[in-house]
Design a protein around this ligand. Structure first.
Ligand SMILES: [Zn+2]
Length: 56
């Protein structure tokens, strides 16, 4: 029991999901998520959504 599961962390996470291919990613900042999204959109023209996951 050295590492707790990342389940109970206080930090928000941003789930970046492409609607047009299986690409997805979880980022720790909105900036990283937005960058990931704009890069994928620029490269592929796919539709990518970012969902904020806030844990309690
Ligand atoms: Zn895609």
């Amino acid at each position: 029991m050295s590492k707790p599961a990342p389940h109970r962390s206080n930090t928000a996470r941003y789930h970046v999901v492409c609607r047009d291919c299986p690409t997805e990613s979880v980022e720790r900042t909105g900036v990283a998520a937005a960058q990931m999204r704009s890069e994928h959109v620029a490269e592929t023209g796919h539709r990518v959504v970012v969902g904020a996951l806030s844990s309690e």
